[in-house]
Design a protein around this ligand. Structure first.
Ligand code: NAI
Ligand code: MG
Length: 369
């Protein structure tokens, strides 16, 4: 059995608390013959700053380059509010994303049936929902030049942001979306605004070309981004994979995520290119939530977003789709049994802490084994 190299970067605040639960699950999968892992651990964020004066060391970066997948908890906190901008905790995460060139951000919106009534939409609209938003993460209007505010006549100012996409950036994100669709329900909706934006015209054209030449087996539909937003809240189950640019993806992924869950439930992945020699795709997995300083150290954080991020790593980096399904089924089972951390608690349910939630998921895995 192949041994998967996993780098754990717990980080700050609740990061180490939720990572502790991931370690339990990794240990369980290893000892039950589902996979073999070799694990390294390092500091990132404020924890690294306190120890080394930088939010991530070159040694940790070297480990990141050498790992098959990275799992990151969260970075940040008020303790580091006054450290220099270049070495603030967030800069550690930004360096990882930049140096590893993680250009594809994956944000799933899944509905665990036991939580369907907590959605802002009716149960039948979200029950069984499983959408994956693939957002371009390193280009577009957040990075395009010129990016300026200038004084013009009569005390008026002009602000400029520039949306830039080159065809290679669209090609590679389209490929990621089509590849992922093949492991799911084989449908991709590509979304842009070709009616008013040149980048939208190019986006639509390049996605169509990649589709025509390499992925004819995948169903492709184009939707304007505003219309896609409407459809996401009107009938979200029509979607499988949605691929879009940095700006629209930022908004649509938050909308989709909130159809189904609270912050403590939401995993994510950021993928980079495929390395020529190893054939492995660079990948960082992390919960959507931050370091949650308001609840850190209390043992009440919800570990499901972090454990769900491990499930994504199993599926997308290690080819262990079955183990990922099993883990998600165990989470679903625990929720169906009424176990809830404080953030998703409702009347009549059984309130438990971080570590108990991890244990409950292990017990559920054990039942199905
Ligand atoms: P946050 O996500 O840390 O917390 C927002 C709210 O959600 C808080 O009330 C928190 O208690 C709750 N929450 C978050 N995760 C939870 C979980 N697993 N279980 C239960 N409740 C949970 O966002 P906030 O407060 O804006 O940022 C706090 C710190 O985290 C800041 O320093 C910020 O820069 C950093 N941050 C880091 C991110 C990352 O590492 N990717 C992302 C977002 C924020
Ligand atoms: Mg956002």
């Amino acid at each position: 059995m192949a041994t998967h190299k996993l780098l754990l970067l717990p980080g700050d605040g609740i990061g180490p608390e939720v990572m502790a639960e991931v370690k339990k699950v990794v240990g369980w999968l290893d000892s039950h013959g589902f996979a073999s892992f070799s694990i390294e651990e390092d500091l990132v964020g404020g924890a690294a700053y306190d120890e080394y004066g930088v939010p991530i060391t070159d040694e940790a970066m070297a480990r990141a380059f050498n790992a098959d997948a990275i799992l990151l908890g969260a970075v940040g906190g008020t303790k580091w509010a006054n450290v220099a901008f270049e070495v603030r905790p967030e800069a550690g995460l930004l360096r990882l994303r930049k140096d590893l060139q993680l250009f594809a951000n994956l944000r799933p919106a899944m509905c665990y049936p036991a939580l369907a009534d907590a959605s802002s939409l009716k149960r039948d609209l979200v029950e069984g929902l499983d959408v994956l938003i693939v957002r371009e993460l390193t280009g577009g209007v957040y990075f395009g030049e010129p990016k300026t505010i200038t004084d013009i006549a009569d005390g008026q100012k002009r602000a400029v942001d520039t949306q830039v996409y080159e065809s290679y950036e669209i090609e590679r994100i389209a490929r990621v979306a089509f590849e992922l669709a093949r492991t799911r329900s084989n449908r991709v909706v590509s979304t842009e605004k070709h009616n008013v934006m040149k980048t939208g015209v190019l986006w639509k054209q390049v996605v169509s070309e990649v589709h025509g030449s390499e992925y004819g087996d995948v169903a492709l539909e184009h939707q304007l981004a505003d219309s896609c937003g409407m459809q996401l809240v009107r009938n979200p189950k029509q979607f499988d994979v949605i691929v879009t640019d940095n700006l629209f993806g930022d908004i649509l992924s938050d909308v989709a995520a909130m159809l189904t869950g609270s912050l403590g439930m939401l995993p994510s992945a950021s993928l980079g290119g495929v390395e020529e020699i190893s054939g492995r795709r660079r990948a960082l997995y992390e919960p959507v939530h931050g370091a949650a300083p308001d609840i850190a150290g209390k043992g009440i954080a919800n570990p499901i977003a972090m454990i769900g991020s491990l499930a994504m790593a199993l599926r997308y980096s290690f080819g262990l789709g079955e183990a990922a399904d099993k883990l998600e089924a165990a989470i679903s089972g625990v929720l169906a049994d009424g176990y809830r951390t404080a953030d998703i608690y409702s009347d009549g349910m059984k309130k438990i802490g971080t570590s108990e939630m991890g244990d409950a998921i292990l017990a559920e895995l054990g039942k199905a084994a």
